[in-house]
Design a protein around this ligand. Structure first.
Ligand SMILES: [Zn+2]
Length: 475
């Protein structure tokens, strides 16, 4: 039984998708006017772990993540895409292509499962215009010159997701148009000035869509009028997701538009929100120059997705240390598996494996508690490590398989089997061990000991046993 903390009800709820065994999931994608940063990494890695765990549990997940390439207004009333275009002195569509491709590369580099559908807002303009017309016909939308606003007084559930008070509503509005019926009404469609580099023709004149309507339209188009999970960063709760609910439910008359709302916590760098002016703005590409993607992922998953997470060198060192633990464990089990060491099956290790798998599933089923799930992985490594000498090759193969499957349910160690370098290094180590054996036979112990200590300096320990040398990686 999986439980999800639903932002809408502010409580843990048992997860029951509309169609048993199938999950429809939508996560708000980036506005492609600049490079993606660590905040994006946090959100999309966190949801990646959610999706992978659901798939690990046998669900079929249909996942859509949009690309906002038009109509995302800033607090100042400017369109983000226009801001990006002016910065680069290029057409907004060219800017969108550039940053969208970079974003896709960043997501691949982070090992994030590709969404099944990645719709772009600019390719859904006819559907958006049709929906805005329908909202006007139904009395939820009203036209002022070339702009269309949503009348929040017509939607009685407005504010239920964010739990926002009416006085706060007034403070949060970014659109100061004084002709609106209520200052908190939000734009479904905006009239564009004649100088605008891109706009579309509508019954109200030329313009472009409001940001919120695109997610309503694209999620419903690809996933249905009522979806299971909708996610995003917590800064999207208000107004973006609040407005999505209002528009979608007003359009279809069906409640709820989303069964489970999930939001990720903030990522801070050095204790403060990331901002170019603070000098603590870190792009995904920069972070990946310093750390492998698995280390970045371990850092992100070391905190529960809803809690704040602070990026620091110390936290990254800890993640790098934990990554070494995973790699060493995998390599040690691989060594035993490849050694071809016949040993009787140890039933207590089977028991240990069962307990591990069960506690991992329990941790993840409690609102995707990745820190607890990782603790079960580390505990498993610790316990198996004390038994490495008694494990035969068959059992080592099974333990390795279980370990990999579990790590991959979190998106970790996806590429480890393709890491040929580790296998190649091991070939050289084996050659040195053979030379050392020969030297010992000839009584040249000083040279033999030098090989052994040189290997030890590199974290490769040799132990002489009755059955021959045993190689262990401890670095
Ligand atoms: Zn969205």
């Amino acid at each position: 039984m999986i439980k999800i903390f639903n932002t809408y009800s502010r409580s843990l709820e048992v997860f029951e998708p509309h169609l048993p065994g199938h999950v429809t999931m939508y996560v708000c994608g980036p506005t492609v006017y600049d490079v993606a940063h660590l905040g994006h990494a946090r959100t999309y890695v966190a949801f990646d772990a959610v999706i992978r765990f659901l798939e690990f549990m046998g669900y079929r997940v249909k996942y859509a993540r949009n690309v906002t390439d038009v109509g995302h207004l800033r607090e100042t009333g400017e369109d983000r895409m226009i801001v990006g275009a002016e910065r680069l002195r290029k057409h907004p569509m060219e800017v969108a292509d550039k940053y969208m491709m970079e974003f896709f590369r960043d997501m691949d580099a982070l090992g994030i499962r590709r969404p099944d559908i990645q719709p772009r807002a600019s390719m859904h303009i006819p559907e958006i215009i049709e929906a805005v017309e329908k909202l006007v016909d139904k009395g939820y939308g009203y036209v002022i010159d070339g702009s269309v606003y949503f009348d929040i007084s017509k939607f009685t559930d407005y504010g239920k997701l964010s739990n926002i008070k009416p006085e706060e509503l007034l403070m949060h509005r970014i659109d100061p148009d004084p002709r609106k019926k209520n200052p908190a009404d939000f734009a479904l469609w905006k009239e564009s000035p004649p100088s605008y580099p891109f706009s579309w023709k509508t019954p109200w004149g030329r313009g472009f869509p409001g940001w919120h309507i695109e997610c309503s339209i694209m999620s419903m188009k690809y996933l249905g009028e009522q979806i299971d999970i909708h996610g995003g960063g917590q800064e999207l709760i208000f107004p973006h997701h609040e407005n999505e609910i209002a528009q979608s439910e007003a359009l279809t008359g069906k409640k709820p538009f989303v069964k489970y709302w999930m939001h990720t916590g903030e990522l801070t760098v050095g204790g403060r929100g990331m901002h170019k002016s603070y000098g603590n703005f870190i792009t995904i590409q920069d972070a990946l120059k310093t750390y492998p993607s698995d280390v970045l992922r371990l850092f992100i998953l070391s905190a529960h997705y809803r809690t704040p997470l602070d990026y620091s060198e110390k936290a990254m060192e800890q993640a790098a240390e934990n990554f070494e633990k995973l790699i060493n464990f995998f390599e040690n089990l691989s060594l035993i598996a490849e050694e071809g060491r016949p040993k009787p099956r140890d039933p207590s290790l089977d028991e240990l494996s069962n307990v591990f798998k069960q506690s991992f599933v329990e941790a993840m089923s409690e609102d995707f508690n990745t820190p607890n799930a990782l603790a079960t992985v580390y505990d498993f490594i610790k316990k198996v490590n004390t038994r490495l000498d008694v494990i035969g090759h068959e059992q080592a193969t099974h333990l390795r398989q279980l370990f990999l499957e579990t790590c991959r349910a979190l998106g970790l160690l996806q590429k480890i089997e393709r890491r040929s370098s580790a296998a190649e290094v091991m070939e050289f180590v084996k050659m040195l061990v053979e030379v050392r054996r020969e030297l010992r036979k000839r009584g040249m112990y000083d040279l033999a000991d030098r090989i052994r200590s040189m290997l030890a300096e590199r974290g490769i320990m040799l132990e002489d046993t009755k059955e021959g040398e045993r190689i262990r990686i401890v670095r």
